[in-house]
Unconditional design. Structure first.
Length: 289
């Protein structure tokens, strides 16, 4: 079986990525999997091709015409983000052929110098940031993994990378949109109601959807919810966020272009479940290269 995504590089990269370093330290290794930041434009393009494969070819997302033509998921925000990649070094070929997973990372100070956070198109993120002026925020986005690599080991590699990156930049809060497949929110009533009743953010962490876009996640009475069934109905990434102690918005938003139902997930570093910090190491040392 083919284990890599073919890249389309016939046209120049339309959103140049700023401030690449010639060499970036590897953030972690688990077996043959290596996690680090992309260091070349071709690696970013390969990550975008992986995103296209998952979001468009698997999930049916509709992207702008240029992105569809080039078979790469990209937007203007890509040019000022860091791109975390997981590579399977056991695969033949160059690094671009070994990318099996990716995350897009956007620090608060970088977002402030450019066009802001991606999530603010759906949720009032700036209000959240404004109510927590003593915290440094990191947006996690565009998470995807090749189907055959959707295993615990790959998720561990991604989280090792996120954790090491957050520590190195003094991040206090990780956040981002987490997606349920499909644009019919009530198909996920069980899982969304469970999240609303067990992990809803309040106080300084409460965040609302952009006016006119939000849908309440309080869809079912508590007595009608089977917790085990609710957790089983969640995408693996959402389950992972929940396990590490994340909070979620009280509203969901339908992303028409990506055909998903999104919730905003917030993970204050101080609230990360202790066993996960012990697993990765308080200094991200367990899987360090």
């Amino acid at each position: 079986m083919e284990t890599h995504v073919q890249r389309s590089l016939s046209k120049p990269f339309l959103a140049p990525v700023a401030k690449f370093q010639s060499q970036t330290p590897i953030l972690g290794r688990i077996g043959s999997l290596e996690v680090r930041l992309a260091t070349t434009l071709s690696e970013v393009e390969a990550a975008q091709a992986l995103r296209y494969h998952v979001f468009v070819e698997e999930m049916g997302a509709r992207l702008p015409a240029d992105a569809m033509l080039q078979k790469r998921d990209y937007d203007t925000i890509d040019r000022y983000c860091d791109h975390l990649i997981v590579l399977d070094t056991a695969l033949a070929g160059e690094s671009e052929d070994q990318i099996v997973g990716t995350y897009r990372l956007l620090r608060q100070e970088v977002a402030a110098r450019h066009d802001g956070f991606y999530s603010q198109s759906e949720f009032d993120v700036m209000d959240l940031v404004g109510r927590n002026p003593d915290k440094r925020f990191l947006e996690l986005g565009r998470s995807c993994v090749l189907r055959e690599y959707r295993t615990r080991r790959t998720l561990e590699a991604l989280w090792q990378g996120n954790w090491a990156y957050a520590l190195s930049h003094g991040v206090d809060v990780m956040f981002g949109c987490a997606s349920f497949p499909g644009d019919k929110p009530y198909a996920h009533a069980l899982a969304l109601s469970f999240l609303n009743q067990t992990a809803a953010a309040n106080g300084d962490w409460n965040v609302r959807a952009i006016a006119g876009r939000g849908l309440s996640m309080d869809m079912m009475p508590v007595e009608a919810i089977n917790p085990r069934a609710a957790i089983a109905a969640m995408p693996p990434l959402v389950k992972g966020y929940l396990r590490v102690g994340a909070l979620v918005s009280g509203e969901a938003v339908v992303d028409v272009a990506f055909r998903t139902t999104d919730v905003l997930v917030m993970l204050p570093v101080q609230q990360i479940t202790g066993r996960y910090i012990n697993h990765y190491g308080a200094d991200a040392s367990r899987f360090a290269a």
